[in-house]
Design a protein around this ligand. Structure first.
Ligand code: 8GP
Length: 821
């Protein structure tokens, strides 16, 4: 860990107030009396940025002039969350801010709330990127996050009167956005289309059109490191405002078409999670940001050099490919080195191979991007040639290594024939130095299943880095009460940059006074959440019930369906009198989830959950005993409010499907107990917090595989589970009979059909085990001290899941670099 302990700034509140006043005057043009909370937010952001500028410039200077290799984190998504509080914390200005707000007569909360949350990511993959750039800066490693400044982030989710998801565009730039600095002078030209011709014995790309990539820079301040890195997000601009000839013919709309088409590239984030969309625009986006970033890195590290020695590039920067989205960077760097700088193929290959590494974030084979060769050929003809040549080299290399012909065929990066295509995960695996999965189980499955052919030939390429989350945002900011209690318990707040120090809390789990305080913190957080939910959603939540939360993207493999079927089963038991509601632990179940707009069964599940909530919440029979709430538009803000208030969190994916999960880590670190399967990082969380402090249920990955082998999904075996288990049957029958659709039997028929005839993710097969574990959960919850003790032990033993540790692992296993001196 870094030893630099920089700001607490010596600035006084009064001085900070003056700086904010100055910004109000000169940037906003308002007096403090005229200012709204939104004005004060913008002015404060500008004032904070000023405090970061010197460290930012120094970090850039040291990065270029020192001998520490930088990290270029290439990611199509950065799900940053609101910036103000985080920037204040990392700049050491939190207290000054509080003082300034008092002086100016503003509520800090109103000012923080005025920020519009940017949603430039879909879920786990994008949020992980945000945690990683926070940790890189906090450890003091020079780094660039490179991505796209989408004009529209992940869609806003609303529910209509039938409980269906409705998507509306998320125009996050409606108001002033004070964090980004648009740098028109450091733009890059990105070419597309055209053809490749032979000139003087060389292949020369003659592109048909070009887009101007303009960077917008965001400072990424480290926590107490004195370092500030850069998140550089590219915007697509047209080189032509409009076509004068067409305009003169009075066809204004046609005249702006080229501009609109060029600028479309950074218009919207693809709202897919874990499934790729084979869209041309998506490939354009990928190439756009990767090409601009590679050229940018060369500009930064070889300033002003006409003939840079790019054989030193791997000593200057290492590029991490965040999933397959930026993999076109491999042929792009080859092209740049060969076509633009005149290197021979082998030298270019050696540089490229050393510069790139690839992180895979999925186990769903359909999520590994495969691009039609024809599309690559149309947009990037020179790259297609290079990819074919890489493939030839690869095939020969495999042959020389004695790999069997059928295996070589299976490993093709470029597949010939009518439907010729390019497998981006294979290109990344061969083209870079290392491949990592994001949790131990995931990395094992990558080696043994998904990329087995590759790991058998290149075993040393494969490694694991278990994900992590930043404790600054997800403990300190999200859960200030618990943070204070931890600091009180440990006698220091140094744990915020060395999270394993939480282990010091282990003895306190046996100190009843501490455990009581811990329980009181949870209760206070629940009270706060109830108030927040009332304000924001109009919900009337009873904070004296167990808060049971499932928040994540909606996907069949994550099995929100299992949770809602269990809720329905309990409801049915209450209604039929089988269960006396007074014997149940009163429970409030929360869901938060967006479904990809084109994902039909996921959207049906949302509709079902909303209607189960409507029916149950309005039924006097379950009043005070069982309630369901589905706050819409799940985002980072909701996560930061709900996670600290949760007693029990759900990590119930089918074993072998969730690559890692990071929500599971945030919950454990905030003192929620987990009910979960042996999947993704759950395995490691359980190992660390102790089996006795984790509610495990369900099939293991080998059991899942065995059940597939029996034909579970192909022979309709799920129906047997339905027939055999009256409680399950009852729950599914209620979905089918219109109980949750005002009597209409068709509303959920596709969902029900799927459960009974296919159920690929084995919801029905795991239902009984899931219901059985509930008894244990309830019994434990009835003993508040026991529950709180287990929660303390979850917090104490989860320090490993800091993203600082993940970054240390990347540094050691993959990047081979470190902090700036
Ligand atoms: C997600 C995984 O589903 C999740 O388990 C993991 O915690 C997270 O990445 C961060 O590693 N994966 C994706 O979002 C993903 O694979 N997205 C691309 C395929 C579109």
């Amino acid at each position: 860990m870094t030893e630099i302990t920089a700001p607490k700034s010596s600035l006084t509140s009064g001085e900070f107030t003056d700086e904010i006043r100055e910004q109000l005057k000169y940037t906003q043009g308002v007096t403090p009396e005229q200012a709204t909370a939104a004005d004060v937010y913008v002015a404060t952001a500008a004032a904070v940025r000023r405090h970061l500028v010197d460290s930012w410039m120094k970090t850039q200077h040291d990065m270029v002039n020192g001998d520490t290799k930088a990290v270029g984190y290439l990611s199509a998504e950065f799900l940053m969350g609101k910036q103000l509080e985080n920037a204040l914390l990392n700049a050491g200005l939190t207290e000054q801010f509080e003082g300034a707000m008092k002086e100016l007569g503003f509520d800090t909360k109103d000012v923080i709330d005025a920020e519009y949350e940017p949603g430039l990511g879909n879920g786990g993959l994008g949020r992980l990127a945000a945690c990683y750039i926070d940790s890189l800066a906090s450890i003091g490693v020079p780094a660039f996050g490179y991505g796209i400044r989408y004009q529209y982030g992940i869609f806003k989710q609303e529910f209509d009167e039938n409980g269906k998801q409705v998507e509306t565009p998320d125009y996050w730039l409606v108001n002033e956005e004070p964090w980004g600095h648009v740098d028109y002078n450091r733009d890059q030209r990105v070419n597309f289309g055209g053809e490749v011709v032979e000139e003087n014995g060389k292949r020369v790309w003659k592109p048909a059109w070009a887009v101007r990539a303009v960077p917008c820079d965001y400072m990424v301040p480290g926590y107490k490191s004195g370092r500030v890195n850069t998140l550089r997000l590219w915007t697509a601009k047209s080189y032509d405002e409009f076509d004068l000839l067409t305009f003169n013919k009075s066809d204004y709309l046609d005249a702006v078409i080229p501009k609109v088409e060029a600028e479309n590239i950074s218009k919207i984030l693809y709202p897919e999670d874990s499934t790729p969309q084979g869209k041309k625009l998506r490939l354009e986006q990928q190439y756009f940001f990767v090409s601009a970033s590679i050229h940018d890195a060369i500009r930064v590290f070889y300033p002003g050099e006409k003939n840079p020695d790019l054989t030193t590039l791997p000593n200057k920067i290492v590029f991490q490919l965040n999933d397959t989205h930026p993999v076109i960077g491999i042929p792009e760097l080859m092209r740049v080195l060969i076509d633009e700088y005149g290197y021979d193929w082998d030298t270019a290959w050696s540089i490229t191979n050393k510069t790139f590494n690839y992180t895979c974030h999925t186990l769903l084979p359909e999520a590994l991007e495969v691009w039609p060769a024809s599309l690559i050929g149309e947009l990037l003809p020179r790259h297609l040639e290079i990819i074919k040549k890489i493939n030839e080299q690869f095939m020969s290399e495999l042959k020389a290594k004695g790999v069997a012909d059928d295996q070589i065929e299976r490993m093709r990066i470029y597949t010939d024939g009518k439907d010729a295509s390019v497998r981006m995960a294979y290109l990344a695996t061969y083209g870079g130095s290392y491949v990592n999965g994001v949790a131990e189980l995931h990395s094992e499955l990558l080696k043994d299943v998904t990329l087995k052919d590759f790991s058998s030939v290149y075993p040393d390429k494969f490694t694991n880095v278990t994900n992590g989350v930043t404790p600054r945002r997800f403990i300190k900011l999200a859960n200030p009460r618990m943070s204070d209690l931890i600091s009180e318990g440990l006698g220091t707040d140094a744990w915020l940059s060395d999270l394993e120090q939480l282990k010091g809390l282990i003895p306190l789990a046996d100190d009843p006074e501490f455990v009581k305080k811990f329980a009181a913190v949870k209760q206070a957080n629940k009270n706060d959440f109830a108030a927040f939910a009332k304000r924001k959603y109009g919900f009337d939540i009873d904070p004296n019930t167990m808060f049971n939360t499932m928040i994540k993207r909606l996907h069949e493999y994550k099995r929100q369906a299992l949770k809602i079927l269990a809720v329905i089963a309990t409801y049915a038991d209450i209604k039929s009198g089988k269960v006396d509601p007074d014997t149940l632990v009163p429970r409030t179940v929360f869901f938060g989830a967006k479904a990809a707009p084109g994902y039909y069964l996921a959207k049906q599940t949302i509709q079902l959950i909303n209607n189960v909530a409507r029916v149950i919440n309005n039924d006097p029979a379950t009043k005070g005993k069982l309630h369901v709430y589905f706050p819409w538009n799940y985002n980072i803000e909701l996560a930061q409010n709900l996670i600290p208030a949760t007693d029990l969190d759900e990590q119930i994916s089918q074993a072998g499907k969730e690559a890692s999960g990071t929500g599971n880590m945030k919950f454990a670190l905030n003192g929620a107990l987990t009910v979960g399967t042996l999947d993704g990082a759950n395995v490691e969380i359980r190992e660390r917090v102790g089996a006795e402090n984790f509610f495990l249920f369900g099939m293991t990955e080998p059991e899942v595989s065995a059940l597939y082998a029996k034909g579970y999904d192909t022979k309709g075996l799920s129906r047997e589970y339905y027939e055999k288990d009256p409680q399950l049957k009852q729950a599914i029958d209620m979905v089918a009979d219109g109980t949750f659709s005002n009597g209409d039997k068709d509303t959920y028929k596709d969902l029900v059909n799927d459960w009974l005839n296919k159920d690929y993710f084995m919801t029905l097969a795991d239902f009984r085990a899931y219901m059985d574990i509930q008894a244990e959960i309830e019994e434990t919850y009835r003993d508040p001290m026991k529950w709180a003790r287990m929660a303390v032990l979850n917090v104490a033993n989860s320090g490993y899941f800091s993203s600082d540790r993940s970054i240390e692992d990347y540094l050691e296993r993959i990047w081979h670099t470190g902090a700036l001196k």
